[in-house]
Design a protein around this ligand. Sequence first.
Ligand SMILES: Nc1ncnc2c1ncn2[C@@H]1O[C@H](COP(=O)(O)OP(=O)(O)OP(=O)(O)O)[C@@H](O)[C@H]1O
Ligand SMILES: [Mg+2]
Length: 259
Amino acid sequence: MAKIQVEKLNVHFEKNHALKDVSISIEEGEITAIIGPSGCGKSTFIRCINRMNDLILGCKVDGNVIVDGNNIYDKDVDVVDVRKKIGMVFQKPNPFPKSIFENIAYAPRIHGVTDGDGNVHKASKKELQEIVEWSLRRSALWDEVKDRLDKSAYNLSGGQQQRLCIARALAIRPGIILFDEPCSALDPIATAKIEDLLIDLKNEYTVLIVTHNMQQAARVADKTAYFYMGDLIEFGETKQIFENPKEKLTEQYITGRMG
Ligand SMILES: Nc1ncnc2c1ncn2[C@@H]1O[C@H](COP(=O)(O)OP(=O)(O)OP(=O)(O)O)[C@@H](O)[C@H]1O
Ligand SMILES: [Mg+2]
């Protein structure tokens, strides 16, 4: 069974038909890059996977997004539950105006911790400390911040803030993480760290990453999806998309003859 099965997804912003009949099947443990020219619907697409578009006035979503066998657009679905299983990291690092520790401990403290049997209990202080350390180690930030966990997250560099946001996403133990151009505000060294981290997270997490950087897509992604003006033009193995695209539109884009 696919981890994420998208069926006939259509999104309208008022009269603007931003996504047109998009169907795609994403396997567990893979990294999928979403590429295409500005305005083609990349962000809109990944925002459908955790129902972030629900928050936008005038946005209408039709179709199915089936995650682990359940349609997240079914009427009785609790959106908070959906977002607990699906983490998101944005273009601009957006830490809370809190300490490094609190940035990560915040969600587990509010939502509780799930034990091995699937039961949720209130997080103890020790458990929160463990979650914070685990998440920071996992996002390759621990060594840089372990001596200043009580200091404001705003004191961190941009690249460190982005890894903190990844740690914060990991702390809720999501199965899926959505990245919307996570490196576009970062320098090449910070970018390389995030890319290493993405590759390290592979297999354990299902990752969707929007990127304008085609080298980045080629480096990290198993599969690549090319969008153009709201249509999913082509989806396949990254190597095939970049070396042997089937569609003319894909070829034009990856050879730099468009957008
Ligand atoms: N909040 C919104 N309100 C109205 N229209 C929107 C909104 N968000 C996106 N759109 C429209 O939907 C279409 C797709 O936008 P989207 O942001 O998904 O593009 P994108 O591929 O992520 O572009 P970029 O590479 O510039 O980030 C565009 O026509 C855009 O104007
Ligand atoms: Mg975008």
